[in-house]
Design a protein around this ligand. Structure first.
Ligand SMILES: C[S@@+](CC[C@H](N)C(=O)[O-])C[C@H]1O[C@@H](n2cnc3c(N)ncnc32)[C@H](O)[C@@H]1O
Length: 216
């Protein structure tokens, strides 16, 4: 029996053939590239979790012709879109994978990778998705490997009012969703051997977080 696709947001999108266009990805792909690209080593093999439309991978592959990028998503419509964008990237954007990070051992079904990227996901999925991401990153990244996360976070009294309102909205839609406290995410990753190296403020009260796998 086919496993159920996790409940997710319906991201505002328009469609041209198989290609989805997310306005949010259009806005944030430039700022994300500025932070992420300098962190990726030459020839990096990147696995992206929850790639949605696939626009981030296509944008980053166009800017860095030395990297290979494997997109993924549990959604079939999203994987079709990723495959359409991959056609523009001269083979450096690989065929999309069906990865649900709440499945046991999800990383064993992916090719070897040196960096993991996950954009706008852990607040729009149950906390066990963040846990699954941490387990897989800890088990599969080699020492010095990078985990890049992007999204909104709660930071105590410093939390932006827009992020508090977003948190309330997410919880009303699904009580298992919600903007995550940064301290909880940092502690979770540390439990799996990933140390927070940089916290970079991004537009619209989002953060880029760069974690690095420490030697055991
Ligand atoms: C808000 S969209 C973000 C898409 C893309 N990363 C972007 O920023 O444009 C959230 C994505 O997370 C995916 N997702 C939800 N639950 C997931 C899970 N358990 N494992 C992997 N991906 C999941 C959804 O299918 C959806 O594509």
């Amino acid at each position: 029996m086919a496993r159920p696709v996790p409940e997710t947001v319906s991201v505002a999108a328009h469609r041209e053939g198989a290609r989805l266009h997310y306005p949010s990805a259009g806005r944030n792909k430039g700022p994300i590239a500025e932070v992420l690209l300098p962190v990726l080593p030459t020839g990096a093999r990147v696995l992206e979790i929850s790639s949605g439309s696939g626009e981030h991978g296509a944008h980053l592959c166009a800017l860095r012709t030395d990297i290979t990028w494997t997109p993924s998503d549990p959604g079939a419509r999203e994987r079709e879109s990723q495959a359409a964008y991959a056609g523009d990237c001269g083979g450096r954007m690989r065929p999309p994978l069906d990865i649900d990070v709440m499945q046991d051992d999800w990383w064993t079904r992916a090719p070897a990778f040196g960096a993991l990227v996950c954009i706008n996901v852990i607040h729009i999925s149950p906390w066990r998705a963040a846990e699954g991401l941490a387990v897989g990153a800890g088990a599969s990244l080699s020492p010095n490997g990078v985990l890049y996360l992007y999204g909104p976070y709660l930071e105590g009294e410093a939390t932006a009012p827009s992020n508090l309102a977003f948190d309330a909205d997410l919880k009303a839609r699904n009580p298992e969703w919600g903007v995550r406290p940064l301290a909880d995410v940092v502690a979770l990753m540390a439990d799996h051997g990933l140390a927070l190296e940089r916290r970079v403020p991004m537009p619209a009260n989002n953060l880029s977080l760069i974690f690095r796998k420490v030697a055991p």
